[in-house]
Design a protein around this ligand. Structure first.
Ligand SMILES: [Zn+2]
Length: 360
């Protein structure tokens, strides 16, 4: 597996995994030589895939290759253009991200940010200008699912007929979250989660993770390398997972009042991202308990808590665990579509397996 990753496309592009997408993009970079594998370069690409799976990483590597004057099918990574790109100061590359919705939100929260009309106006003006360094300009628009209607409508014409020097790269999590008029103007590149072995290899080779960290994070990441790297580099995120698990262990023994108190705090003191992170941790936990109950402990994600998983697998009824996994999925949907948050969180806490769900 490791050999395959090292000897593949990933060795030329600064990207781990996503070989299929890279091979396809490489073919669009090959000069028209009559090679039947050559594919015409499109003026717009949309990268789809789960959050933090690597969409922007692949798009940036593609942008770097498009701008590099020496690269045939990969960026040379040594020329002036490639160096400027790595320093995030290439004059012909522009990265557009959702902005915080209000001035109070000083930090860009990707769950709540928005791509706004005025950003589209700046982008349209910039697209029309000739490149400064080479023959192309590349624009990366991140998280199209957060584009407001004005942004989406304004960039439609540019997407349809950009000047010949411009290539637009867009990212979004789900196809359904992007307007059909945008979809139809782009080449779609769907990125799949990486294999467990690819994530382990990337974390060790690219970020010097220990074998234990690489194993745990690869299992928890579900193939999203960006998520795993984020956890590796942010002790606070890892502490957050521990806090979510400790709360879960405590609350399975707590009474109704204590659970409602917890739901209230979750609704008032936490932001959207923290609530989704709790849901994700709790879901992976109960999935592991179910796996242990099905004699498949080797497939568990939370490998650093095997004793507690075994304990929950022993004491809780399988039926209750299965039902709660359904509740977690339902609550995630409610929170995404901003139904009454407080009510959804009350249900989350009140349905959490308790003493009545234990084997007698
Ligand atoms: Zn170069």
């Amino acid at each position: 597996m490791t050999t395959a990753i090292l000897s593949s496309a990933a060795s030329c592009w600064p990207v781990f995994g996503h070989d299929w997408a890279i091979q396809r993009l490489k073919r669009t970079l090959q000069p028209g030589s009559g090679d039947e594998r050559a594919v015409r370069l499109s003026h717009a690409y949309l990268f789809l895939g789960a959050a933090q799976v690597g969409k922007s990483t692949v798009a940036k590597a593609f942008a770097m290759a498009l701008l590099c004057p020496h690269g045939n099918e990969a960026p040379c990574q040594t020329c002036r253009s490639c160096r400027l790109f790595v320093q995030a100061s290439h004059p012909d590359f522009r990265f557009v991200q959702p902005l915080a919705r209000s001035d109070k939100e000083l930090i860009v929260d990707r769950q709540r940010g928005e791509l706004r009309g005025e950003q589209a106006e700046g982008l349209i003006r910039d697209v029309a200008l000739k490149p400064m360094e080479g023959r192309r300009k590349v624009f990366l628009i991140q998280d199209m699912q957060h584009a407001n209607t004005t942004f989406a409508n304004k960039i439609l014409k540019t997407l349809e007929e950009p000047p010949s020097h411009a290539v637009l790269l867009l990212t979004a999590c789900h196809r359904a979250e992007v307007l059909p008029t945008i979809l139809s103007r782009c080449q779609i590149m769907e990125l799949r989660p990486l294999d467990y072995a690819e994530v382990v290899h990337a974390l060790q080779a690219g970020w010097q993770a220990s074998a234990a960290d690489a194993d745990l994070l690869a299992r928890l990441s579900g193939g999203r390398l960006g998520w795993a790297v984020d956890q590796l580099h942010n002790p606070s995120r890892r502490a957050e997972r521990k806090t979510h698990l400790e709360a879960l262990w405590r609350l399975t023994n707590a009474d109704r009042l204590e659970r409602i108190d917890f739901a209230r705090a979750l609704a008032t003191d936490c932001d959207t991202q923290a609530r989704f992170s709790l849901l994700e941790t709790w879901t992976s936990w109960w999935r592991d308990v179910l796996l242990a109950q099905s004699d498949s402990s080797e497939a568990c994600s939370n490998v650093d808590c095997q004793e507690q998983i075994a304990q929950h697998a022993r004491i809780f009824r399988r039926k209750a665990v299965f039902a709660y996994l359904g509740t977690l999925k339902q609550i995630e949907g409610y929170l995404r579509h901003t139904v009454n948050t407080r009510l959804a969180l009350d249900v989350l806490l009140l349905k959490l397996p308790s003493s009545k769900d234990r084997h007698s």
